[in-house]
Design a protein around this ligand. Structure first.
Ligand code: ASP
Length: 439
């Protein structure tokens, strides 16, 4: 029997009701042998995530403000879950854990240590609830002295450790340096831990349980009831999540992708739903023309025109050095024989735009220069687009019908992606037009 690694996100383990749902899911399939948990997330809209509460305790402590009551809120939340699940003190001594954490904090433990305690305590709770072994991530997820994750060393250590446990719970989000000090991944990093465990367990699938039925073909806040995506390739996922369609941490892809393990995004609140499979190749008969459409606002496009640009030596090099000297990276750079557009993220641009424009005028002497500072970029993505004529025509016709002006077009060389730039005010209308054209 193959092994499944199941990671449960914050909303899946936010309270007692969620804990019981997760237990049912885990016990319904004995191949789910390794479970990775996040810290409790929000129970309702205005609620605070456990990790945020813990970080708030740290901020108070650092600023010499009283933090006892805040920490009590943390403890009460865990104690309430333990109590309602019937986990007695002899199974898990939470008071002793709280005392240890408090002492470490008073002793100057860093913010990573404190932030990680949400996952640590939740992992302990879950292991006690299931009656499974607990593996502390600090012993098996390795970072170097400078806090860089050590993938191969971790894989070796973790592989050995997992072999000792038939069933185990591992907290997500953190690991430790050689001296034992805790290091966390960036926020949302339990997804990465799950992926690392799946690789070490040589799992047949990495199940990532969350609160949505996987990926949808478009943002449901823009398109009414968009269709779910059953299969998506890693490459398609990368293109869509770059544009903001995100259900999991980007860095979680690599460990399982390299090991050829598919990811299955599932919904803890709708466990019968098959969710989305993310894998190298999607089954051909499951492919529509497009897999999804996503976009985001807040880009600047600098469009240059210069007669004979294509034969001017060093033109591109000068463009790059202007960006470099202004310390800015670019998002896209579509070119024609005499035209070049540079697409920049507005957060990166900040107040540097006038300097960049000056540099371009001085160093590149374009015949014409247009700057649009409120552009939305929309990516229409799909492996099914490859070698299929007429996709671009359909897309552009759909936008034209809605009276939407296209300011920029870029088709990646892989042909699985057409990116268009439109005015920020046309963003939602354009997404709907594209989605409707292909559905
Ligand atoms: N608890 C951490 C966070 O809120 C990590 C995670 O949930 O994946 O970012």
């Amino acid at each position: 029997m193959g092994v499944k690694v199941a990671k449960f996100g914050g909303s899946s383990v936010a309270d007692t009701i969620q804990f019981t749902k997760v237990k049912d899911i885990i016990l319904s399939d004995p191949s789910r042998r390794y479970v990775v948990v996040s810290a409790p997330g929000k129970r309702f809209d205005q609620d605070t995530k456990m990790t945020d509460l813990l970080l708030l305790c740290h901020t108070h402590l650092m600023n010499h403000l009283p933090w006892d009551q805040l920490f009590q809120v943390v403890c009460d939340r865990f104690s309430a879950i333990a109590f309602t699940l019937g986990i007695s003190q002899d199974k898990l001594d939470l008071q002793a854990e709280y005392t240890k954490i408090k002492a470490a904090m008073e002793d100057g433990a860093g913010s990573d240590y404190i932030a990680s305690r949400g996952e640590y305590l939740n992992g302990r709770l879950f292991a006690a609830y299931l009656g499974w072994d607990f593996i502390d991530a600090a012993d098996v997820i390795k970072f170097d002295e400078r806090g860089r994750f050590l993938a191969d060393e971790t894989n070796e250590v973790l592989k050995k450790e997992l072999k000792k446990h038939e069933y185990a719970v591992i907290p997500g989000f953190y690991g430790a340096k050689p001296d034992g000090r805790i290091v966390t991944f960036s926020r949302g990093g339990s997804d990465i831990s799950g992926s690392i465990v799946a690789r070490a367990a040589e799992a047949e699938v990495y199940e990532n349980w969350t609160d949505v039925n996987g990926f949808l073909m478009a943002n449901p806040k823009i398109v009414d009831d968009p269709k779910p995506i059953k299969y998506i390739s890693y490459q398609e996922l990368r293109e869509l999540s770059y544009m903001g369609a995100n259900v999991m941490h980007e860095d979680a892809i690599y460990p399982v992708k390299a090991a050829g393990i598919p990811i299955n995004i599932r919904n803890t609140n709708d466990p019968e739903h098959p969710g989305t499979f993310i894998q190298d190749e999607t089954p051909e008969d499951s492919r529509g023309v497009i897999t999804g459409v996503a976009g985001s606002k807040n880009f600047t496009v600098i469009a240059m025109h210069k007669y004979m640009m294509n034969s001017e030596r060093g033109f591109m090099k000068r463009v790059f050095s202007i960006l470099d000297s202004n310390d800015i990276s670019f998002e896209h750079m579509p070119t024609g024989i005499d035209t070049l557009s540079v697409v920049l993220d507005n957060d990166e641009v900040g107040n540097k735009l006038p300097d960049i424009i000056d540099d371009i005028k001085r160093n590149l002497e374009p015949d014409a220069l247009d700057v649009y500072d409120d552009i939305a970029m929309i990516a229409t993505v799909g492996q099914g687009m490859t070698y299929r004529p007429g996709v671009a025509a359909k897309l552009f016709a759909a936008l034209a019908e809605q009276g939407i002006n296209i300011r920029m077009i870029d088709q990646g060389s892989s042909e699985i992606n057409i990116i268009v730039g439109v005015a920020g005010s046309d963003f939602e209308k354009a997404i709907r037009a594209i989605y409707n054209a292909f559905n």
